[in-house]
Design a protein around this ligand. Structure first.
Ligand SMILES: Nc1ncnc2c1ncn2[C@@H]1O[C@H](COP(=O)(O)OP(=O)(O)OP(=O)(O)O)[C@@H](O)[C@H]1O
Ligand SMILES: [Mg+2]
Length: 676
């Protein structure tokens, strides 16, 4: 029979047919194999040895290469980082129980925007997936109708699959498209999805997509049609309407968000339990600093490109990864309304003053792991036992955080503390199910506690006391038959059997079935013995299976609580950021700015937060400067000075003072009154 006709190859070709845009990893035994063109491409990309699998119908060898199953995650990540999509085709039934060929299915498709492997994500940065769609597509307009209508609105949805952070917004007109282009440059999504053959959606921002080298995945346009997108979105959010999310009047945003959810459900084949909320982003909610300014002010990246030398690097004393990501987003998106800015500043002020509480709080949250990403992994089905125990341990700090911060009065701190949920139910459930120090991966087994499950306990008893039980059975049979030389033995051909010598054969009871005659006697089996044998031999296998079942139930239960865990995670992270800004203020001698809605910008003895540190390291003194500007009497400063005189630094420090203040941070100055 030629290889092209083998059932396995037929299965392969079927799966490949459905995922032509991806490299298909096909599970065979202990390997994931790639064939044909995929094998050629992957062998090159992963430096694997190319072999060939028998002959196809035309007598040619099929190019093939493979990777061991236990190392597959690393290979997937490497392929995805090189820009490929990877479809994983697994055995979806136990090969030993399969009748004929084992069933295989594509269980997940990984792409740049859906790679959530913690080993390959930067803990301090988000990993966004963006969808872009025009209202034309959402409403199914014909091209001829489009030409007549006004400029279309562009709907954009943004999701960090690794945390569940989900938002949508709309852009229209020239300004809008510029804002979208800026957003792309600033957020650098890992992947953009858009309806295929809809030139309107991405054309307008193509230059910035190209300039940033962002991969675009074209999808079927119907996924973005308003009605189906709306239904998908409602179903995902478990909501009856979109009013509560502020999306009801934004069809383009709904189309983008619904299309994105559809794409993820299809490629991840899971429920995305960590995505149960979405926010509509108003442009007026935050100060939109354009990418050029972000770059020149060196807010998140220094002049060399990395974090070094940036404002973020200078300020980031966060304890947790979520805190670090949050501080980054606060600096990129400073606030524009007075009240929330003042709330943050008041909280920072109190935390700066309360040195002891601040220290205790920061010490306490050191054991908090990346809760957002842990719960996302639970929802995506990739969390292992150690992840869930990490989640439990992280939640255990909540009561102590409450106590440590109990005396604080700042309204923002108080409301954050009030939002902390101890999640005792989740914590207890994990604690009751998993041992304290489990293996990272489920395949090793041995992570479920004794006493969690009756069947598991029985299986373990059988497995642990196999010999003991055989000895007991032997004793019982001897007593029952009166044959003192009766033996229970095991061999690989018959399994367990009872051996009776010739002289005692007359005493063998009726329920013994003869299996074999040997020189000195005969060998028998009994139904009870076979039943027990099946149990013992199957026990270890079944133990692992049962542990996996128990784990999957636990993981799903944790995922269902995602919204509560996320809320607590975010409250903890916000407290982390506020305490960080307080720490910065105390360490660097920053002061609380007076932020107001007038137009006076006055700073006395202001410094540049980054240059100041640099000069202090080299032993030079930073020379503080004043500034005073307003809308009426002093709108303009003409700044002159020698080369390297500090002009650029002066301009930047003035801008940074405003960015810091509006992000909620204290500022490097002796006095500061800043407008928003
Ligand atoms: N206020 C200050 N106190 C101490 N050192 C400073 C101060 N301002 C700037 N510097 C240092 O002086 C150097 C030159 O600063 P900057 O680039 O701002 O000067 P410039 O006037 O813009 O120069 P150019 O005319 O070349 O554009 C910087 O490397 C910085 O470390
Ligand atoms: Mg200059």
């Amino acid at each position: 029979m030629s290889a092209s006709a083998t059932p396995a190859m037929r299965q392969y070709l079927d799966a490949k047919q459905q995922h032509r845009d991806a490299i298909l990893l096909f599970r065979m035994g202990d390997f994931y194999e790639m064939f044909y063109e995929d094998a050629l491409v992957a062998a090159r990309a992963l430096e694997l040895t190319l072999t060939s699998r028998s002959k196809d119908a035309n007598g040619g060898g099929i190019p093939m290469c493979g990777v061991p199953f236990h190392a597959v995650d690393g290979y997937i990540a490497r392929l995805v980082k090189k820009g490929f999509r990877v479809a994983i085709c697994d055995q979806v039934e136990d090969p030993r129980k399969a009748k004929g060929i084992v069933k295989r299915e594509v269980v997940r498709v990984v792409s740049p925007g859906t790679l959530t492997d913690t080993n390959y994500l930067d803990a301090r940065e988000p990993a966004f997936l963006m969808s872009i769609v025009t209202t034309d597509v959402a409403r199914k307009l014909q091209p001829s109708e489009r030409a007549r209508g006004p400029q279309p609105t562009v709907g954009v949805a943004l999701l960090d699959l690794s945390t569940g952070e989900f938002s949508a917004t709309e852009y229209s007109g020239e300004d809008g498209l510029q804002a979208l282009a800026d957003e792309l440059t600033l957020l650098k999504p890992r992947e953009i999805v858009a309806p295929k053959s809809d030139t309107g959606s991405t054309d307008a921002v193509l230059p910035s997509i190209a300039a940033n080298g962002l991969p675009v995945t074209p999808l079927e346009p119907w996924m973005f049609e308003l009605e189906s997108a709306r239904r998908t979105l409602l179903d995902q959010l478990r909501a009856g309407g979109l009013e509560g999310f502020g999306l009801d009047r934004h069809p383009a945003a709904v189309a983008a968000a619904g299309g994105l959810v559809h794409y993820l459900r299809e490629s991840q084949k899971v429920d995305l339990a960590h995505v149960r909320s979405i926010t509509y982003r108003q442009r007026a909610d935050a100060l939109l600093i354009d990418p050029t300014t972000v770059k020149h002010l060196e807010i998140v990246e220094g002049s060399e490109g990395g974090r070094d030398g940036s404002l973020l690097d200078q300020l980031d004393r966060t304890v947790t990864s979520i805190g670090s990501r949050m501080l980054r987003s606060w600096l990129l998106r400073p606030l524009v309304s007075l009240e929330p800015i003042r709330d943050r500043l008041d909280a920072v002020e109190e935390l700066a003053f309360r040195t002891t509480e601040r220290g205790k709080f920061r010490e306490t949250i050191k054991t908090v792991q990346d809760l957002e990403r842990l719960v996302a992994r639970a929802a995506l089905g990739t969390a292992g036992p150690r992840d869930l125990v990490g989640l439990k341990q992280s939640l255990m700090v909540v009561p102590r955080v409450r106590t440590v911060l109990a005396e604080l009065q700042a309204p923002l701190v108080r409301s954050l503390v009030a939002q902390l949920d101890e999640l005792v139910d989740v914590r207890d459930r994990i604690d009751a199910t998993l041992i304290d120090d489990p293996p990272a991966l489920t395949r090793e087994g041995g992570f479920a506690r004794d006493g969690v499950d009756r069947e598991l306990d029985e299986l373990r008893t059988i497995s642990r006391s196999g010999k003991q039980i055989i000895a007991e059975m032997e004793a019982r049979e001897r007593a029952r038959t009166g044959i003192h030389s009766l033996k229970v033995r095991y061999n690989r051909v018959f399994g367990y059997y009872i051996e009776v010598s010739k002289s005692n054969l007359h005493a063998v009871p009726l329920d013994y079935h003869r299996k074999q005659t040997i020189a000195g006697g005969e060998r028998f089996i009994t139904p009870a013995l076979k039943e027990y044998e099946e149990k013992v031999l199957g026990a270890d296998e079944r133990i692992l299976e049962r542990e996996l079942e128990i784990f999957e139930i636990l993981r799903a239960a944790v995922a269902e609580e995602a919204p509560r865990i996320q809320a607590t995670a975010r409250a903890l992270a916000t407290l982390d950021v506020l305490s960080t800004l307080a720490e910065d203020a105390a360490v660097n001698n920053y002061i609380k700015p007076q932020v107001h809605d007038g137009d006076d910008l006055i700073a006395v003895d202001a410094r540049h937060p980054v240059v100041e540190r640099r000069t202090s390291i080299t032993g030079d003194a930073f020379v503080p400067n004043d500034i005073s500007l307003n809308g009426s009497s002093c709108q303009l400063v003409i700044l002159t000075g020698p080369n390297m005189g500090g002009k650029s630094t002066y301009l930047r420090q003035t801008a940074l003072l405003c960015v810091m203040a509006q992000a909620g941070s204290f500022v490097p100055a002796r006095e500061a009154k800043l407008p928003i």
